[in-house]
Design a protein around this ligand. Structure first.
Ligand SMILES: [Zn+2]
Length: 61
C-alpha cells in the first residue's frame, strides 16, 4: 500500500489528453524512482511531460 498519484497528460501535437491513477509502487516499477515521468502519446508517440499530483483520497488522513 502506497500513496496514490494522479498523472495527467496532454499532447500538444494531437491534442489527446488522459489521466492515469497509479500508486507509488506502480510508478516506480514502470518509470523508476525519478522526479519527472515521461510518457509517450499513444496516438503520435510524442514524448509528453506529465503532471503528477498526489491523489489524496477521502479515506486518507
Ligand atoms: Zn499525441
Amino acid at each position: 500500500m502506497g500513496k496514490k498519484y494522479r498523472i495527467s497528460t496532454s499532447c500538444p501535437r494531437c491534442g489527446c489528453a488522459g489521466t492515469s491513477h497509479l500508486t507509488e509502487e506502480e510508478i516506480k516499477k514502470k518509470y523508476g524512482d525519478v522526479p519527472n515521468i515521461e510518457l509517450e502519446c499513444h496516438e503520435c508517440m510524442m514524448k509528453l511531460e506529465t503532471d503528477v499530483q498526489e491523489d489524496d483520497g477521502s479515506d486518507n488522513t
